[in-house]
Ligand binder design. Structure first.
Ligand SMILES: Nc1nc2c(c(=O)[nH]1)N[C@H]1C(S)=C(S)[C@@H](COP(=O)(O)O)O[C@H]1N2
Ligand SMILES: [Mo]
Length: 196
């Protein structure tokens, strides 16, 4: 895959840190990962259960709507398609909202995407990363420790919830945190879909 800079973006080798609110302090006792909404039965996974799931390693480009793009970061984590094996999703659930921590609320941040766009190895909940200048290492607290969603490169990076807490399956598309504030529902950087 070639290195194609989406319109209006510039390349950075650093991995900038960007979020609203404070940084989540991981507490394994109270942490869980939930799948709910349009599913036969809700589930809640402990940190130990999450870390036992099959791992995927993917190299995914990141495009932030504030105009930086970082190419070629490799991530280790759990692909969303692995999590789908643990729930029975209703047939008409075509969208998801992926939740993350915001200012004291583990579900205070969210981003919406169509489920069918997230079935590849490039849609994953990550806990380790490396790039050309860095060895394999844990995702730092500021980048979303202990678990953080990385969306396919066909979405701006705000769709990648840090401090990920769960997935809600939905029949209809529904705006998340930034989408409610006027950002794009579809958010494709190659089409420069920043606002709506
Ligand atoms: N929980 C949470 N996740 C979040 C955000 C946030 O404010 N809270 N900001 C998003 C935005 S706008 C961007 S660009 C990326 C930045 O991720 P990074 O700091 O790891 O580069 O995180 C996304 N995920
Ligand atoms: Mo962003």
């Amino acid at each position: 895959m070639g290195k194609i800079l989406p319109p209006g973006q510039f390349e950075t080798e650093n991995w900038p840190i960007l979020h609203q609110g404070d940084v989540y302090q991981f507490d394994e006792q109270t942490w869980d990962f939930r799948m709910f909404g349009e599913v036969k039965k809700d589930i809640s996974l402990s940190y130990a259960e999450i870390m036992q799931l099959p791992k995927t390693i993917s190299t995914v480009d990141m495009h932030c709507v504030t105009t930086w793009s970082k190419f070629g970061t490799s991530f280790e984590g759990i692909a969303l398609h692995e999590l789908l094996k643990l729930v029975q999703v209703n047939r008409d659930a075509r969208f998801v909202k992926i939740y993350g921590y915001y200012n004291g609320d583990r579900f205070g941040y969210s981003a919406n995407m169509p489920l069918e766009a997230l079935l590849g190895d490039d849609a994953l909940f990550v806990y380790r990363w490396k790039d050309e200048n860095h060895e394999w290492q844990d995702i730092s607290p500021k980048h979303g420790y202990p678990l953080r969603f990385i969306p396919p490169a066909s979405f701006y990076l705000w769709k990648g919830s840090k401090w990920a807490s769960g997935i809600r399956f939905m029949k209809d598309d529904e705006a998340g945190f930034w989408e409610e504030l006027g950002y794009s529902m579809t958010a494709n950087p190659y089409k420069e879909e920043r606002y709506r």
